[in-house]
Design a protein around this ligand. Structure first.
Ligand code: GRF
Length: 222
């Protein structure tokens, strides 16, 4: 049973999806802590109600990123988790922090990376006029929103979509792929490999057609 520490900044719906997958027996892991940089994050109360250890490390109390990251790492390391999972965690992490959790630090980003890194991804997608949008689970590296990709899900961009409708469609897929990608890691099925050009790629062992890395949009398959 792998130990997971989840980092959040807000409502925590991806965190809830992870809890739901664990409850359903679909993710062989245990959440040992939920930590937020915002003391008021709604997800903290939800985690506490489940009896999970919660902590707030308020970034405004620290003079710089390095001291905040050191405090955050100390809080994470209390439980010695095997996986550190960013779930709507809205702080840029220092290269030193990222390095110390290399190969076990995950993020979910609401776009099909490498398209639309950064903020306001749904607005970026609408402005670009793309017909397909989605979300990405990736290993975190020092390059913001550019780590090796574990899983992606695509959704259509429909005529008449606004940021809200598109965000809701993408979020449903986030809730499907994040627990699944974490399960692959928990089961020891993810391999990080360097290709000939030195680019790190993820290989998922034992993936079948019924369990693909690219998930078809639920809108089209239901
Ligand atoms: C999600 O869209 C996630 O991809 C992004 O921030 C949002 C967090 O939502 N990084 P929640 O807190 O998991 O509900």
């Amino acid at each position: 049973m792998k130990k997971i520490s989840i980092l959040i900044s807000g409502r925590g719906s991806n965190m809830e999806a992870i809890f739901a997958a664990i409850d359903a027996g679909e993710l062989p892991a245990r959440v040992v802590s939920v930590i937020s940089n915002r003391p008021q994050a709604a997800g903290l109360a939800m985690a506490a109600a489940r009896g999970v250890r919660t902590a707030a490390v308020d970034h405004r109390q620290y003079p710089d990123r390095a001291s905040f990251d050191a405090a955050l790492a100390a809080e994470i390391d209390r439980d010695v988790p095997e996986m550190v999972v960013l779930a709507g965690f809205m702080r840029i992490l220092t290269p030193g922090f990222v390095e110390s959790y290399a190969g076990r630090l995950f993020n979910i980003h609401p776009s099909l990376l490498p398209l639309f890194p950064g903020l306001h991804t749904h607005r970026q997608a609408l402005e670009a006029g793309v017909r397909i949008h989605g979300c990405t689970v990736h290993f975190v590296t020092a390059a913001l929103d550019h780590g090796p990709i574990v899983a992606q899900a695509a959704v259509p961009v429909c005529d008449g979509d606004d940021e809200e409708t598109l965000a809701a469609r993408v979020l449903r897929e986030e809730h499907r792929i994040y627990p699944r990608a974490l399960r692959w890691f928990a089961e020891g099925r993810l391999r990080l490999e360097k290709d000939e050009a030195g680019v790190e790629r993820v290989r998922v062992e034992g993936v079948h057609e019924s369990d693909p890395c690219l998930l078809a949009p639920s809108l089209l398959t239901s």
